[in-house]
Design a protein around this ligand. Sequence first.
Ligand code: FES
Length: 501
Amino acid sequence: MDSLWINSTYNIDNFETLNEDLDTDICIIGAGIFGITCAYYLSKLGFKVVVLEKDTIGKKTTGNTTGKITSLHGLFYDYLISSYGEKFAKDYLYANEEAIKNIKDIIDKENIKCDFEYQNNYVYTTSNDEVRAIKKEVQAVNSLDFNCEYVTKCGLPFDISGAICFKNQAQFNPLKYLFGLCDCIEACGNKIYTNSTAFDVKVDGDYYLTYVSDYVVKSKYVIMASHYPFINFPGLYFTKMYQSTSYVIAIDPKKSLFSGMYINFTNPIFSYRTAKYMGKNLLLIAGADHKTGQSGAFMDTYGILENEARKFYPNCDILFSWNTRDCISLDKIPYVGSYSTSMPNMFIGTGFKKWGMTLSNVAANIIVDKICKKPNRYDYVFYSNRLKPVKNIDEFKNVLVQSTNSLVINKIKHVNTNFDDIKNNSGGIIEINGQKVGIYKDDDGKVFAVKPICTHLGCLLSWNDVDKTWDCPCHGSRFDFRGKNLYEPAFKDLEVFDLEN
Ligand code: FES
């Protein structure tokens, strides 16, 4: 199902598809919040900008986020101080605080109607055992000359043991904001093209050539703002990021709601915020996160959220449910800057974890400053060509083990599923003449067969029974049951088998 945000803005997407070669200052690949924010700032500075979007505007992460604008990213600052020092942690915090202000300034200046409202943001626990971690985080944040509060009461409809609270954070409708920025970009005379898939970028002297179907966009600078960077070499981003899927439901609680934004920090994760829709005050509950490609059943995903909703709002109506994928770097810090040292005028912003509303603004400001040859005091925090040792080594091991399994072990392991074991409206992998075949049977038993090998780097795909897609456990590419590519880093479709011949 489409998200609340997509449902409230769906009819606004009427952009053209690229149908000619172009020459421009800056080519931006991807029309999510990061790409569009870069395009907005650069358009206002008078640059010629072309935006290329594979799908429709904001249909991926931006249109499916919870839309929280905050510098409180879970319990993060104690980790940052102990891993990278106080100055680093403080700059990360103040970069995000500036982003909140930047977003509000744009909304005011451009008069964008996007339901922006200031809210307190809380990270809470209901376990007495976890109070110590919250208090440690409060102490860490206060040591950065930033005022946060430790509280034991908040607006949630259940008791908490403790929470850290950041005031003057915010929430909005991310797609209304995005479309507001798009209007500003077009008003500056720049163009956004949708359904225009960039599949390669090559260096040509002082210029870059971006290839889109039969057309080429020539530019001095490129900003890779796709959902996941799809150029493997150089950059090697696929070795240092993974994707995480999370789920959201929007309910009409049928009774009055609290204010504030909330998230806890140990599994099962639940995130809450309110949102306005057609005169109603809805509650969004998000969570049930898992690594993309480790597919769960309905009860492990939306089911968890529905159960939670009905504990406190037994008569609620579930109006919307959706899911999203976020790119997460192994050291939990986004990559912002040059794509690689050998491509200095091609830029990237990625790995925003689940906090892309603020981090995309931070990233856009860093990239715009680079293009304008201006210093940016925060760029070292997010330096994209860093070679620091990974601090959370367990995460690194998990990713390595899973990639090895999908790339090598599971591909040669025999599967015991038979064709008849696969029920209608479900899928799975079988073997035919020693070859693995991905099968999906629709409601009427019609069969769709694909080669279940990811077109990115060849990992064995997993069947996702919630979305009826083939998902890659290695770097998170996704394909529909017909084999059509939906999510990068892969951009080619799967091979399709005709089982009747
Ligand atoms: Fe990299 Fe599938 S996404 S191998």
